[in-house]
Design a protein around this ligand. Sequence first.
Ligand code: NAD
Length: 496
Amino acid sequence: MIKQYMSAMGVDESQYQAGDFAVHSPIDGEVIGKVALHQVNDVDTQIQDAKKAFKEWRTVPAPKRGELVRILGEVLREHKEDLGALVSLEAGKIKEEGLGEVQEMIDICDFAVGLSRQLYGLTIASERPGHHMRETWQPLGVIAVISAFNFPVAVWSWNTALALVCGNPVIWKPSEKTPLTAIACQALFEKALAKFGDAPANLSQLLLGEADVGNALVEHKDVALVSATGSTRMGRIVGPKVAERFGKSLLELGGNNAMILTPSADLDLALRGILFSAVGTAGQRCTTLRRLFVHESVKDDILPRVKAAYSTVSIGHPLEGNLVGPLIDEDSFNNMQDALSKARAAGGTVTGGERVLQDKYPNAYYVTPAIVEMDAQNDVVRHETFAPILYVMTYTEFDEALELQNDVPQGLSSCVFTNDLREAELFLSARGSDCGIANVNIGTSGAEIGGAFGGEKETGGGRESGSDAWKNYMRRQTNTVNYSTELPLAQGINFG
Ligand code: NAD
């Protein structure tokens, strides 16, 4: 099956069957590829090659750079089905979500093409006669992208489409759990390059490996920006290392996302919002809904409906019409069971969370999504467990719900379901949600590429994708030009 998609995308079997690092599909645990990993001492070579590419690419006019990204978007459109299916096979996403991820790649390419003619700076009034000031944005340098298993292709494209139009080369270290989709993306990028024609070599390079090669990128003084997506544990190591050498980092780390469900909410809408956000991608999205704060007056109405909806969700092979696919691996399953045991020990009432399809797939981990009713928000709730666990708690006053929602170390996504204008606006105000994403009457997951994506606190503070996230990939320069024959000093200083 893999071969069919890979060869359609121009990937030769030697690229994914000839190495000694086995790649397992979460669908059945079978080995679907054997790749050759890079070594730490390959990293410097890649960086030096990227530096050469940078010298050339930064001088190419930005709209021309946008043309390469436009072609990449076309190639992705052509191979949406192939790459989407590969995402399902390697990461376990259901078909719709695999395709949706590739659509996100296409969307960011479109966005970046427009952006390539809009890398706007400022003109600033000078206090001195015969002078003008402006602020310009220049290409930054070598960009390293480190990505997580759960968005194996979109995160690369969010970074790469913007980095390229901003004049930079990219080195991508994908998750060691998803190297095949990365190899396919590289092949599609090369297709786009061939159509584009005259681009420097090594504009986008793939670095396959584990944390050690990621670390070599992180520590290298010639990497201008490290854009790292993954766990807070990883970010806690990467962030300080980049800061120590005065590099830039863009961190997209764990989330612990909440919904506040108020008495005035449209419960039908909320039910759909809960289901997609909490159960979609088997709870393995950084924006997955993990905490539900429901007003005490609505709990008895909504909770049975949520449980009933959960019981109808089909679980199984992601390409066979099911809504929930597998967890990525055994560790993930064990982490989920561990969190559920701790929740039980803390008095939580657990519905679901069991392993299913064990006979059919003894080497894969399918679970029923879990609902855990908790009396209070304790440490197990405050921790991000990357699996489908929805903690449900009640509240009485809206202010109390806001406090609970913000009382976690992470700050990625949040939402309120309400038809009360005051509650909605309060949620979005300075004393409302402290997250990077705050939604009204929409669930926590499924962001569009047009907005800046990212979160506060232990989520890392980075912003990717839309809005002005492109500024991460450029350096800011303030210019003052004197077109007079005098040399007046600022602040009226008279120097001799
Ligand atoms: P992970 O942290 O285990 O790995 C992520 C990447 O970091 C991998 O490529 C890994 O090899 C690399 N890595 C790990 N340690 C490193 C080190 N010391 N130096 C350099 N590189 C290192 O995460 P995962 O299990 O693949 O992904 C799940 C996590 O990612 C969850 O916490 C999820 O919330 C988070 N995530 C966040 C976002 C976001 O945008 N905020 C998006 C997707 C996933």
